[in-house]
Design a protein around this ligand. Structure first.
Ligand code: SF4
Length: 144
């Protein structure tokens, strides 16, 4: 039995509304990064947590606190989601810090199958981030 935790990107989950459905679907179907497990080995999803956001200059220490939500539950592996893999400029620092702090836990970069190129994914996410949005400023200035 492999006990698995998943670290998501809070930009994807909190800002852009990702429910992690694709990661979870391929976890169930053992596709993408989950293909690497032996077919006879049962997989147990122990938990998921989003990253704590911008690490500032303090860096990975912020994540090391947050990741206890997974590591305190005896996970064998922590998967960084596809969004962390493709969007996060801190992923290598995170990977190194987690590997040093938890040498017995396997850090895996990736979750679901990659159905589009990284460039295409970046373009589409950029459009989402940059779409015109109303805010409280528009309410205050009667522009809503
Ligand atoms: S630090 Fe990385 S994983 Fe966290 S919100 Fe920023 S880009 Fe996403």
């Amino acid at each position: 039995m492999a006990r698995i935790g998943i670290l998501t990107c809070s930009n994807a989950t909190q800002e852009l509304g990702c429910s992690s459905a694709s990661c979870l679907a391929d976890f169930r179907k053992r596709k993408g990064a989950f293909e690497a497990y032996a077919p006879e080995e049962p997989l147990d999803l122990v938990g998921m947590i989003n990253c704590p956001g911008c690490p500032t200059v303090i860096g990975p220490e912020k994540l090391l606190q947050r990741i206890r939500a997974l590591t305190d539950f005896r996970v064998d592996a922590i998967h960084f989601t596809y969004c962390v893999k493709t969007l996060c400029p801190f992923k290598e620092k995170y990977r190194k810090a987690l590997q040093e702090a938890f040498p017995k836990i396997k850090i895996v970069i990736g979750t679901h199958r990659e159905n589009v190129t990284e460039e295409e994914f970046h373009d589409r996410v950029k459009k989402l981030f940059c779409q015109p949005r109303k805010s409280m400023v528009d309410v205050i200035l009667n522009k809503d």
